[in-house]
Design a protein around this ligand. Sequence first.
Ligand code: ZN
Ligand code: ZN
Length: 281
Amino acid sequence: MAIKREGEVILMDCGEGVQRRVLSESLGLGSDMSILITHLHGDHVTGLLGLLQTMSLAQRRKPLNVVGPEKLLKWLEVTAELLHIGLTFPIQFSAAKPGVVLRTGAFRVRAARANHSIQAFSYVVEELGRPGVFYPEKAKALKVPEGKLWSRLQKGRSVILKGRRIEPLEVTGPPRPGRKIGYSGDTRPSAGLARFFSGSDLLIFDSTFKDVDREKAIERKHSTSLEAASLAKKARARQLALTHFSARYNNISSLVREARRVFPNTIAAADGLSVEVAYPE
Ligand SMILES: [Zn+2]
Ligand SMILES: [Zn+2]
């Protein structure tokens, strides 16, 4: 899964073959990228090494942000040494822990503990707020000449005009909130996670099992589609994307139907699916 915003990319977990997707989706081997790893199960992490190698072959220089469980760094270091992999770029690693784990140009990333069979984390990626709507009539009334000064004000910065300071709020509406995307990783649902994901514009949640197989979900520390939907409802999310389906189901449309009974705005995540996340009203 990748969040793409202007030049910035945030990858969430790296299953096998992730590098092929990074190439086919033109995410850029040299791009401004951060990688969030939820936990150290193979289906979430084995693709990372190949991706790092391919980035090195492409002579990446830019540092790469990586957030994940503490042991992830150890795994990378040991494997890189054993396989004689020399990276052409630095990794800026942050060990995941509850709270803010990463700040980038456009986003703030927070982590919370998930409830899985090994140490695991969930993440929310929050876009930094945007300045308010710009009112040209107000700028004209204040005799601010169109051009550079307008664009400064539109970006939420003040300008000095003939010795007078004009604040952006004199010509714009109040600042608008950014978008929020939540990703559960593998987990049981919990009240804590419902709070953590509150107000997500898009929530991507573990939906390994159907609700008839809830016992298995409890035993293996995953969620059912119905549980994902109930949590999305509690969190007042705007859209839910179910993911991580068990291979036992030939057809996942029944999982989606089950979830929609509780949370209508539900879709199933799929390879190559692209979702545009609109700004909140
Ligand atoms: Zn797992
Ligand atoms: Zn998994």
